[in-house]
Write a protein that binds this ligand. Structure first.
Ligand SMILES: [Cu+2]
Length: 178
């Protein structure tokens, strides 16, 4: 093989290699972008599928819950320790009244705030979302079992930050008791 042909062939191979190193990753990135955008829209659609809409408004210092579908709302304030006969929890998570939610139902939570930034967090349900004034944060969750789920505010919101617990009681029937 003459030198001229050798260099020409080598040049073509390098060019092909260079092109494939640009084209293949580009296709991979395009695929990932398409999938990510699809998932973003899928999540939004999932939000719309919430069967029961629970509006949560953080306030200094209580949680206001509203069931838009049922036209009812309530303020859940921490229960003072002296009002409790006994508590098995190391921290006082009790609120009065108690928020009761149905099991196995898609619940769409619309979170907002009345004063400062709060964060509605129930770890066992995988929910932790900011509550901002004038903004609506949306989350969909489902309670898998009958039981009690506790949580609290996870954003330092003032002197009463530790005294706005979340106490959710789940019931097997489709009933909402506040
Ligand atoms: Cu807080």
């Amino acid at each position: 093989m003459s030198n001229e042909i050798y260099f020409k062939l080598n040049g073509i191979i390098y060019q092909l290699l260079e092109i494939s190193c640009v084209v293949i990753p580009s296709f991979l990135v395009c695929g990932l972008v398409y999938y990510s955008i699809f998932m973003l829209y899928a999540i939004r659609i999932m939000d719309v599928w919430g069967l029961l809409t629970l509006k949560v408004v953080g306030s200094q210092w209580y949680w206001h819950y509203e069931f838009s579908d049922l036209n009812s709302g309530v303020d859940c304030v921490i229960t003072p320790l002296e009002d409790l006969s006994r508590t098995s929890l190391s921290r006082n998570f009790n609120t009065s009244p108690v928020l009761s939610l149905p099991v196995g139902v898609n619940i769409r939570g619309c979170l907002s705030s009345r004063d400062v930034i709060h964060r509605w967090s129930v770890p066992a349900l995988g929910v932790k979302l900011d509550c901002n004034v004038g903004m609506l944060s949306i989350v969909t969750f489902k309670i898998p079992i009958v039981g009690v789920f506790v949580g609290g505010c996870r954003e330092i919101c003032g002197v009463g930050h530790s005294s706005i617990p979340i106490f959710i009681e789940s019931s097997p029937f489709f009933c909402v008791r506040i």
